[in-house]
Design a protein around this ligand. Structure first.
Ligand SMILES: Cc1cc2nc3c(=O)[nH]c(=O)nc-3n(C[C@H](O)[C@H](O)[C@H](O)COP(=O)(O)O)c2cc1C
Length: 371
């Protein structure tokens, strides 16, 4: 496969999508907005919308909003979820732990909503009909027939992998590229093979192993916060870096003010990977909600049931701007945000990252010339 690009572009992936720099603005449910995607794509990165929690109607409306404001490529991300039978006893056990927390916010005892997550099939069918330039997936792998339908609709398909077997599964399904999600990454782990073991392979180790194992482009995600990280990702063989946490403080981000404050004050040791909040492993800044739910591990229901059962509580916390009861998803690189002067929007961040990664790549190439 041709991974080299013409001199105007650092990689074939950047060339394919006419990117000014090899940068993907990560899709993030709860944080990404059409405005963030528009700003990122218009600035020369690949903006991506986290649509995993959206109804097909909302997904279509937000895609229309993006299309109205940019003619540049963008992506949409979904969660690959099977509909599973709900275990009533597990719901009861989980609510026994969650209800006392709800009461502190004046909420009545919880109930399982009719739907714990949007129907994946309906989301996927709508996504295919929308013919968006790039589609990405996490939490599972599509079968080859669905990947073929997406490709026939003109979409470029990216699957998330947290270890090599998952990358091979996406390649075998026909994906165009794989996003390597290292352990440093904020938000949910994409793991779908051996998920109970919660393999946590760091970006530095994961990216080159996937590059060596696959003959399709690999994107690097997890702990990349600045131009140094982007240059490092390319040195490891990635064709682009996917940054999530770095975009959380941008003006277009949907996160609550107290989440922003806690992000700005966090340290390298501030995050943990937990399944207590949603039933699926995810990395976030430790807070009271995480600690209280982790205290009763046997009462944690599987995803998406636990996610649905804690949702109203987290919405009440967001309304009250109480970061102690939010899910504060964040990567291990968050303290690096402090090194950046106050930024307004995603476009300014993309500009800064472009200048930084070029300076870093130039500095690295000069190292080889000093001897
Ligand atoms: C708040 C938040 C929400 C996220 N939501 C999604 C999502 O909806 N879909 C997805 O594939 N990845 C999601 N991620 C993971 C990102 O795609 C990416 O892997 C991660 O942000 C990269 O690591 P970094 O946060 O250190 O940059 C989320 C990450 C964060 C921080």
């Amino acid at each position: 496969m041709n991974t080299r690009a013409t001199s105007r572009y650092p990689t074939a992936f950047a060339e394919r999508f006419d990117l000014r720099l090899p940068l993907v603005q990560a899709p993030m449910v709860g944080a990404t907005t059409p405005a963030m995607v528009i700003a990122s794509s218009n600035a020369g990165a690949l903006g991506c919308l986290g649509a995993g929690a959206m109804t097909p109607e909302k997904l279509a409306a937000q895609v229309a909003e993006i299309r109205a404001a940019t003619s540049r490529p963008f992506g949409v991300n979904l969660f690959v979820l099977d509909s599973q039978a709900v275990d009533e006893a597990a719901v009861r056990r989980a609510l026994d732990a969650i209800d006392p927390l709800r009461a502190e916010f004046g909420l009545p005892p919880g109930r399982l909503p009719e739907r714990c997550a949007p129907a994946f099939r309906a989301q996927l069918d709508r996504l295919i009909a929308l013919r968006v330039p790039v589609v990405s997936f996490t939490f599972g792998v599509l079968d080859a027939a669905d990947v073929a339908r997406l490709k026939a609709a003109g979409s470029y398909v990216i699957g998330t992998a947290t270890h090599v077997a998952e990358g091979l599964a996406w390649r075998d399904a026909g994906a165009d590229a794989v996003c390597a999600q290292g352990a440093e990454a904020g938000g949910h782990r994409g793991t779908f093979i051996d998920a109970d073991r919660n393999p946590l392979i760091g970006t530095m180790a994961l990216v080159p192993q996937l590059v060596d194992a696959l003959d399709i482009p690999v994107l690097a995600a997890g702990g990349i916060m600045d131009g140094r990280g982007i240059a490092a990702a390319l040195a490891l063989g990635a064709q682009a870096a996917q940054l999530g946490t770095a975009f959380l403080p941008c003006a277009e981000s949907a996160i609550a003010p107290d989440w922003r404050r806690r992000l700005a004050a966090s340290s390298d040791t501030a995050t943990s990977v937990t399944r207590a909040i949603t039933g699926r492993y995810a990395r976030g800044i430790r807070n009271t909600l995480m600690e209280r739910l982790e205290a009763e591990p046997a009462r944690v229901a599987p995803y998406p049931v636990q996610n649905a059962l804690t949702q109203e509580l987290r919405q009440a916390a967001a309304k009250a701007d109480r970061g102690d009861y939010l899910s504060l998803w964040s990567g291990q690189g968050a303290p690096l945000l402090r090194g950046r002067r106050a930024l307004g929007g995603a476009a300014e961040l993309v500009d800064a990252l472009d200048a930084e990664w070029r300076a870093c790549a130039n500095a690295v190439s000069r190292i080889g010339m000093t001897e």
